[in-house]
Design a protein around this ligand. Structure first.
Ligand SMILES: NC(=O)c1ccc[n+]([C@@H]2O[C@H](COP(=O)([O-])OP(=O)(O)OC[C@H]3O[C@@H](n4cnc5c(N)ncnc54)[C@H](O)[C@@H]3O)[C@@H](O)[C@H]2O)c1
Length: 470
């Protein structure tokens, strides 16, 4: 039996029960425990969505460039610790003939002033430590919130997100863009149509040699925060890119649950090798995270999911994205491939013609409607804009979001659980049921689409300045 991170354990320590929330230094008024179920929750329609973007580094400044393409949206506040980053993003709005946003760059607590403004959506792209405090403060002050990955770093933080979203009836979406990548969307459609039969196993990963970036050798993370995150702990620090899309295929939190998990880490060698090869003794540390972490999750319906994390070893990028079922399987990396029982000799993959026919037959409707424009706007080949457009579309039209607070919490929970499991010689740990039993009746995510008439983009022919959706 696994060690237990049950809600009861959380409640013993939760500041919410005591009447005030203090986790992450974010203190606000008392909240009663929420009883509502945020899965499938639709908030009232918002005609023009007022957005604040907090954290304007690599990711946040790209988000500004995508979101400003949406006409039914106004970027009203921009915030970063660095004034120059705020000015740079605001200049983009000005150059495009849009109203400039209010600027915030006085310090890390500026988000409180922003959340106290009249904002519909707080879109957070800061480093990890601020994700939960900002999301919680935003919801308590009346905004929906969308946060970069991960949603939180501890089990307590994740429960705080769930409790706050339920109590305030505000959306809390984690911006897991890989769920909107084209191959992954098609996979979900194929799984829903039973192409692979009963799904029994999946694999996902974040294998990305970012040691150059996180050490500041090339494009850097502000003050090397990501290198610090990779120091002193052993676990799966960024599981949701690989986990999100397969969790949706397996209906996690909607008919199925992560039940328990185990985790194991290799020793560290690649970080140290990097510091030697690049003559960076200043970066040499004794306690870098072990290079490869492998975690395995068992679901309530019996499936297994392997999740890997490695950001230091020199090897090609991979999220694996493998789904295996009784009638066949697919995988995305290193090459997009399918194998089907109807056409299988025990060795090969579907040939190119059969593969193309399969993809055409099960092309996800969102790709048919938005794929071309998303690719033109960009962001990881278009998936970022697909995600943003669908998020804003749901807010504008009063629809439930595709990813809710339970997804954010359960997918992110693999971080603290893996760290704990590794520290306990790969002990088996229960994954908390953040839905508190509602997973049994929550409806699976549908095959969603949008009607472009119901969320307008800026018209290139009329827009002033450089704003153009080609
Ligand atoms: N979904 C994806 O594909 C993807 C890709 C890259 C990064 N990310 C995530 O995006 C987030 C940001 O990563 P990045 O690469 O942009 O890092 P970055 O270091 O380039 O940017 C982070 C920015 O946040 C600012 N910041 C930190 N604390 C703040 C606060 N309290 N208030 C205002 N600003 C604050 C910093 O000044 C910095 O400019 C991380 O969570 C990362 O995991 C996601």
């Amino acid at each position: 039996m696994g060690l237990n991170f049950s809600r009861r354990n959380f409640l013993k320590t939760s500041a919410l029960v005591a009447g005030a929330s203090t986790v992450g230094g974010c203190t606000s008024g008392p909240l009663t425990l929420g009883k509502s179920n945020m899965c499938g929750f639709a908030a009232p329609k918002i005609d023009k969505i007022r957005v604040a973007i907090i954290g304007l580094g690599n990711r946040g400044s790209a988000a500004v460039q995508r979101l400003m393409k949406i006409a039914d949206l106004e970027i009203v506040a921009l915030s970063d610790l660095r004034e120059a980053q705020v000015k740079k993003s605001n200049q983009l709005l000005i150059d495009a003939g849009l109203k400039p946003a209010k600027e915030f760059h006085a310090g890390p607590d500026d988000y409180k002033k922003i959340c106290e403004m009249d904002i519909d959506l707080v879109y957070c792209c800061t480093s990890w430590e601020y994700h939960t405090p900002i999301a919680v403060y935003a919801m308590k002050h009346g905004s929906h919130t969308a946060t970069e990955l991960p949603a939180g770093k501890t089990i307590d933080e994740l429960w705080e997100l769930v409790e706050t979203s339920e109590a305030t009836k505000k959306h809390c979406m984690m911006l897991e863009n890989t769920c909107y990548d084209f191959f992954e969307l098609n996979s979900l459609n194929m799984v829903r149509h039973g192409v692979f039969g009963e799904i029994t196993h999946a694999e996902g990963a974040y294998i990305h040699t970012i040691v150059k970036y996180i050490s500041g050798e090339t494009e850097s993370y502000y003050k090397n925060w990501r290198l610090d995150e990779n120091t002193g702990v052993h676990g799966s620090l960024y599981p949701t890119h690989g986990l999100g899309p397969v969790a949706q295929c397996m209906n996690i939190n909607r008919g199925n649950q992560f039940d328990y998990m185990v985790s194991m880490s290799s020793q560290e060698a690649a970080f140290s090798e990097f510091t030697r090869q690049h003559k960076r003794p200043d970066l040499l540390r004794e306690n870098y995270r072990g290079d490869m972490n492998t975690s395995i999750i068992k679901t309530t319906l019996g499936q297994t999911i392997m999740v890997q994390h490695d950001v230091s070893t020199p090897r090609p990028y991979s999220r694996i994205h493998m789904l295996q079922g009784s009638r066949g399987m697919l995988r995305k990396y290193p090459r997009e491939e399918y194998a089907l029982i109807s056409d299988h000799d025990g060795h090969g993959w579907l040939d190119e013609e059969a593969k193309n026919a399969l993809e055409e037959k099960y092309k996800h409707p969102l790709i048919k409607t938005m794929g071309d424009i998303a690719q033109k706007v960009g962001g990881h080949g278009g998936m970022d804009f697909m995600m943003d457009y669908r998020l804003i579309y749901c807010l504008k039209n009063g629809l439930a979001l595709d990813q809710d607070v339970y997804d954010a919490a359960s997918w992110s929970s693999i971080i603290p659980l893996s760290i704990d499991s590794v520290a306990k010689r790969s002990a088996s740990l229960d994954v908390p049921d953040f839905t508190r039993g509602n997973w049994k009746t929550n409806k699976p995510l549908g095959i969603v689409d949008v009607n472009p008439k119901k969320l307008r983009l800026h018209d290139t022919t009329q827009a002033k300045g450089q704003l153009n959706v080609h």
